[in-house]
Write a protein that binds this ligand. Structure first.
Ligand SMILES: NC(=O)c1ccc[n+]([C@@H]2O[C@H](COP(=O)([O-])OP(=O)(O)OC[C@H]3O[C@@H](n4cnc5c(N)ncnc54)[C@H](O)[C@@H]3O)[C@@H](O)[C@H]2O)c1
Length: 286
């Protein structure tokens, strides 16, 4: 199935900030928002990656700046806000895309057993071996890394009486995926927080929604989901068997939902989490 980019929304005059904009999914989101007319601040920690995204947007006729910033650093976020407001204007659309996982917060086996606990092979991690630093990293980047930019950038939206926040959740938020317990719990918190903030800001004209992507083959998960000869790993096959549409997603598959949530055509929609997952979340496996 091919995806067609046939949704057209007019975001001219709007300013968008995409955190995680140097990454695989969110660089596409930054490009989509810019192609729809928004001026875009592309934010991640690595300057070279976000500069390449901003340059690609500019080369395509759009407007973008690269803003290097750690989403967990309040002072750096305040400085970024001042720069974005002076160069582009106040942020109207905030995409909280920065996120990720950490190996030390992840189990290496699907199931624990008494035998594994008696004699845990080198490199094997059950729940009992999860490292608190790895777990904290995952909670911080996904949860605090969504909360803090929302505090810094949505204040002006609330004061002006318009704006929207789009958080990035995951399939692991609904029913936890094996191994990634900390990541799943953190993304579940994103779903819950999306609803809470939507209600909290509902009288200020600010809408808050989230997109829950299904499985997208990216450089981070390619080794986990595929084999060296290009086939599917056992985990990749399990995912494919649970995805009724029968494909991994492409970053462009998120574009329509993103632009719809960012535009006034979704003006009556707030507090939702929209799965873009090829049917994964709807399928019981039977
Ligand atoms: N790839 C998938 O299949 C998938 C599925 C569901 C959800 N997601 C979510 O989508 C979002 C984007 O994922 P991706 O696959 O494009 O990942 P990615 O690693 O390609 O991009 C993540 C980006 O976030 C940035 N980032 C991380 N920590 C940061 C920090 N403290 N401050 C600033 N920037 C920071 C990274 O530099 C990177 O640019 C994440 O929230 C991820 O959890 C991804």
């Amino acid at each position: 199935m091919s995806n067609t980019m046939d949704l057209s929304v007019d975001l001219s005059g709007k300013v968008a900030l995409v955190t995680g904009g140097g990454g695989i999914l969110c660089s596409q989101m930054a490009k989509d928002l810019a192609a729809s007319g928004a001026a875009v601040a592309v934010m991640s920690r690595t300057q070279s990656k976000i500069q390449a995204v901003a340059d690609a947007i500019t080369a395509a006729g759009g407007k973008a700046i690269a803003v290097s910033c750690d989403v967990l650093d309040r002072d750096a976020l305040e400085a970024a806000r001042e720069r974005i407001e002076s160069e582009l204007g106040p942020v109207d659309i905030l995409v909280n895309g920065a996120g990720g996982n950490h190996p030390l917060g992840t189990a290496t086996v699907n199931h624990c057993s008494a035998a594994l606990l008696d004699d845990t092979p080198e490199g094997t991690r059950t729940f009992f071996d999860l490292d608190l630093e790895g777990v904290s990293f995952v909670f911080n980047v996904n949860v605090i890394g969504t909360l803090l930019p929302s505090q810094i950038f949505a204040r002006s939206m609330a004061q002006r009486g318009e704006g929207c926040i789009i958080n990035i959740s995951s399939m692991s938020a609904y029913t936890a995926l094996t191994r990634v317990g900390a990541y799943s719990a953190a993304k579940a918190a994103i779903n819950n927080f999306t609803g809470w903030l939507a209600v909290h800001l509902s009288k200020c004209g600010v809408r808050v929604n989230a997109i829950a992507p299904g499985f997208f083959l990216t450089e981070q998960n390619r080794a986990l989901l595929t084999t060296e000869d290009g086939g599917l790993s056992e985990r990749g096959q399990t995912i494919m068997d649970s995805t009724p549409i029968g494909e991994f997603g492409n970053p462009e598959d998120l574009s329509g939902t993103l632009l719809w949530l960012a535009s006034s055509s979704s003006r009556f929609i707030t507090g939702t989490v929209i799965p873009v997952d090829g049917g994964f979340n709807a399928f019981s496996g039977v």
